[in-house]
Ligand binder design. Structure first.
Ligand code: SF4
Length: 188
């Protein structure tokens, strides 16, 4: 939303008014509860789990007409008691942010431009590069003559958006290629 000088001053004015009323001894609990209710009015509340790390904070997601309206920490869940860190608190904006890429973006070697590609092209490109790299770099035996089948030139970075089962399948696929260097975005 575009913020104008006028809307900014109106917002500051409303904030000052609320501050003044509470400082004057007015109980704003009911007003705050009403304001909160407006945002999630007629929404279906669904509990879910933040996918970004192993803490597994519980989240309440509010949905209306198939659209995600808001997310917040679940105050009844004993692990996070309603709180979320910066990653978990950004769940709603991650889902709705118009700047989030939803299609593969490709930057050719030495280019300074990103171009949109379809998934077929992208998967073919990845498969081709992985095959080419493995054919070139796979180490079959170490200096002692022991079989290692190790591919040191490929690194796998996982994502918190993958489930446990997907991570297990990816792990097996990487091991079958000989990849030994793997990490996960949740540690970053
Ligand atoms: S990323 Fe933050 S909010 Fe999400 S589970 Fe981990 S600690 Fe909780």
């Amino acid at each position: 939303m575009q913020s104008t000088r006028r809307s900014f001053l109106k917002g500051v004015g409303a904030g000052v008014l609320c501050l003044s009323l509470s400082q004057l001894g007015f109980d704003l609990t009911e007003a705050k509860a009403y304001a909160k209710e407006l945002k999630i009015k007629n929404c279906r509340a669904v509990t879910s789990v933040c996918p970004f790390c192993a803490v597994c904070c519980q989240v309440i997601a509010y949905e209306r007409d198939g659209e995600l309206i808001a997310t917040e920490g679940d105050p009844d869940f004993p692990i996070n008691e309603g709180s979320l860190c910066a990653k978990g608190a950004s769940l709603w904006s991650m889902y709705t942010n118009k700047h989030r890429p939803t299609k593969p973006m490709y930057r050719a070697p030495y280019s300074d431009k990103w171009v949109e590609k379809d998934w077929d092209w992208t998967l073919d490109r990845i498969a081709h590069l992985v095959k080419e790299t493995r054919d070139k770099d796979l180490i079959l035996k170490n200096e002692k003559g022991q079989t290692v089948n190790r591919l040191d030139s490929v690194f796998w970075m996982g994502t918190s958006h993958a489930s446990n089962e997907e991570c297990a399948a990816i792990h097996l696929a990487m091991k079958s290629l000989g990849v030994v260097s793997m990490d996960h975005q949740a540690r970053v």
